[in-house]
Design a protein around this ligand. Structure first.
Ligand code: NI
Length: 139
């Protein structure tokens, strides 16, 4: 049988607080650009992460990847790092990087990419709210 590439998905949820803010801008400019998201005392989101992995079916197992292994990587590398954290204050990744959905998804992608074999293509979606979500790589 010729090679069959299949996309597999794993969804998960983590909770985190953040504030959109640049310390090199005035309070006024932060409020103007980021609105309520710049509020001093932070706010939280239930972030939903959809991981999409594309690869060939292993003829021996019938799997593209054992989803338990993918789930373990997501829990260990993403949830343990970000779940129930204040992204601005508690994480190295966002000490000097504004934790917008755009920046968060690129950070998460780069971490996952490092921990997954290169034979897989990876694309992720990050939902900040039911209405706002991000996709990386784009397209
Ligand atoms: Ni927010």
């Amino acid at each position: 049988m010729s090679s069959q590439r299949v996309a597999v998905f794993r969804k998960s949820v983590f909770n985190a607080a953040h504030r959109l803010y640049r310390s090199d801008w005035s309070e006024e400019k932060n409020k103007e650009v980021f609105g309520l998201c710049a509020n001093e005392h932070y706010h939280g989101h239930n972030y939903r992460l959809d991981v999409k992995l594309i690869g060939e079916i292993d003829p021996e197992t019938g799997y593209v990847i054992d989803l338990k292994i993918l789930d373990t990587i997501i829990k260990k590398e993403i949830h343990e790092r970000f779940d129930h954290r204040n992204l601005n204050l508690d994480t190295e990744e966002f000490k000097n990087l504004n934790p917008t959905g755009e920046n968060i998804i690129v950070v998460i992608y780069n971490i996952l990419r490092e921990h997954l074999p290169v034979k897989y293509d990876l694309q992720i979606r990050l939902w900040e709210t039911d209405r706002n979500y991000f996709e990386y790589p784009a397209g």
